[in-house]
Design a protein around this ligand. Structure first.
Ligand code: 13P
Ligand code: 13P
Ligand code: MG
Ligand code: MG
Length: 370
């Protein structure tokens, strides 16, 4: 009997090395040390993309399990101590509370989890991004699960031809809706084309209801009148046999799209597919990166990883990203390189506005000709 296994990917930025570019090896060693001593896990893999530590965990305790979330939390807390000792940049930045209270959601770290009965073969891809936001998965998830020009399986595989259901979250109003593809795609695109607010949380196989993909979408918090909480996201995707082929998942990243989150979380730039080794973003703290690690699950063991974008076939995508990055950078402080006012992570606008408030003349009240 094949196991029911939960794959949990939990990530946090708990200190950058150097600045916001990477993770210090001592933190990764610390995390490995803690996880290897845990009796809760079947297996684990510790990795990073840019300055974010990603814990890839398998176990039998299901999604939203307090013990697993506690383990991840404790791991991040222990790593934060190392980060503080090394005075790494923004040590503990993603650990918002001091106290863990049963579920890691809302405390800062990002979480994506799927619970599956392992198939005869269970290939999964774990996508991890830096310098962007959860809505960054909208376009690739649409391509992977709804666009036959990306995923030929939607046309020629009888097990996929019925399509997929998309659970879309409104990150501001805290609502969710299920769209059925292909019938609802025009309606769905109205929403997911606005990735700063609407994000695809999960995708399900329509015919059998099985989970196909899950992302670390979290709600946005209102701070100083603006929504913040953009979080370098992760996403798990099941592949083959009724799900998209591994190559159909990766193909969605061959034509880079623009995402929010570059430099100070306040700029737009192309999402560059890279290997783990090339995942530290240094040019203007970017451009944003995505890493794809492939695993075969075998009775919960993580057979892998295979570093999927470590392939010269993605050289052209990376070259295009560099060209787009040159162009976007040439715009300097102007939109659309700089994000619109309500989407920037921080801004001097209130400060500058209050300094200049007496110099603004209200044209509706002014009687003098101007
Ligand atoms: P294989 O014939 O190598 O199993 O590949 C099937 C497939 O779906 C590749 O995209
Ligand atoms: P991170 O969200 O990856 O920490 O990056 C923040 C930043 O300001 C980069 O310029
Ligand atoms: Mg950082
Ligand atoms: Mg980061």
């Amino acid at each position: 009997m094949d196991k029911t296994v939960t794959l949990s990917v939990i990530k946090a930025d708990i200190g950058g090395f150097v600045g916001h570019s990477g993770v210090h090896p001592e933190l990764l060693e610390k995390a490995k040390g803690i996880l290897s001593g845990s009796p809760l896990l079947i297996d684990f893999h510790v990795t990073h993309v840019g300055d974010d530590i990603n814990l890839i965990l398998t176990h039998e305790l299901g999604r939203n399990n307090g013990e697993i979330h506690q383990l991840a939390w404790d791991t991040f807390v222990a790593c934060t101590e190392v980060a503080k000792k090394l005075k790494l940049y923004g040590a503990g930045q993603d650990l918002l509370g001091d106290a863990f209270s049963g579920n890691i959601k809302g405390l800062g770290p990002g979480v994506a989890e799927i619970e599956v009965v392992e198939r005869k073969s269970e290939p999964v891809i774990v996508l991890m991004a830096d310098k962007t936001e959860p809505g960054a998965w909208n376009l690739p998830l649409y391509r992977i699960f709804a666009d036959p020009f990306n995923t030929i399986g939607l046309v020629i595989d009888p097990n996929m031809h019925g399509g997929f259901n998309f659970e879309v979250r409104d990150l501001i109003a805290h609502k969710k809706i299920i769209f059925s593809a292909p019938e609802d795609i025009y309606d769905m695109l109205v929403f997911i084309g606005a990735p700063g607010r609407y994000a695809i949380k999960r995708v399900f196989h329509k015919a059998n209801g099985q989970i196909a993909a899950s992302s670390s979408t979290q709600r946005l918090n209102l701070m100083a009148g603006r929504y913040v909480g953009k979080d370098d996201p992760v996403c798990i995707i099941r592949c083959q046999s009724g799900f998209p082929a591994v190559g159909e998942v990766l193909e969605a990243f061959a034509r880079p799209h623009l995402v929010s989150g570059w430099m100070r979380g306040s700029h737009s730039g192309p999402l560059m597919p890279v290997s783990v080794t090339n995942s530290c973003p240094t040019r203007f703290d970017g451009p944003p990166r995505v890493v794809a690690l492939g695993f075969q699950l075998a009775q919960g063991k993580l057979i892998g990883p295979q570093d999927m974008f470590d392939d010269p076939a993605f050289d052209r995508a990376r070259a295009l990203c560099n060209e787009i990055a040159d162009y976007m950078r040439s715009l300097g402080p102007f939109e659309p390189h700089r994000l619109p006012l309500d989407e920037m992570e921080y801004t001097t606008m209130p400060l500058v506005m209050s300094k200049l408030k007496d110099r603004f003349i209200d044209l509706r009240l002014s009687k003098t000709k101007s």
